[in-house]
Each structure stands twice: as C-alpha cells, then as structure tokens.
Design a protein around this ligand. Structure first.
Ligand SMILES: [Zn+2]
Length: 81
C-alpha cells in the first residue's frame, strides 16, 4: 500500500500524484552563492529517520506541499518538536 500525502488544498492524495523534492539544508558557513546553489542541487543527506520533504502536487493543485516523513517506516509524521 502506498502512502498518501496530505495536501492542504486537495486533501489526502496518493503519492503517485506528486513529484518528490528533498529540502536540503545548506550550512551557514558556506557564504559563496555558487557553492550554496551547488549544495542545494546535489548535496542530499539521505536521512534515515524523519526529514522535511517538499512534494509538488503535479496531478492536482500544482502547489508545493511540505511534510515530514519517516524514511525508515515510510510514513508521514507530525512536525517534530
Ligand atoms: Zn493538491
């Protein structure tokens, strides 16, 4: 069974309606704009656990949805406190 993404505009929708995009975190120490862009484009953390993800609802409202997903259990989880 595939997971469902809770879209704030369309409700819970199957994951195959979305395009995935990890939200990379660029360290503040990197100040060069080109280096920051490279980090955003290619330096993924491949987190084992909860991470913030961006999903683009390509077959729906065509808006970005930000959710936290536990990559181990492959489930959407509430924002960690
Ligand atoms: Zn939507």
């Amino acid at each position: 069974m595939s997971i469902k993404i809770p879209c704030p505009h369309c409700g819970e929708r199957p994951i195959h309606e979305f395009a995935y995009g990890e939200v990379p975190e660029v360290p503040d120490e990197i100040t060069d704009i080109d280096e920051r862009d490279l980090d955003r484009a290619f330096m993924f953390k491949n987190t084992e656990g909860v991470q913030l993800e961006a999903w683009y609802h390509i077959y729906g409202c065509r808006r970005w949805v930000y959710v936290y997903r536990d990559t181990v259990r492959d489930v959407i989880v509430p924002k960690p406190v």
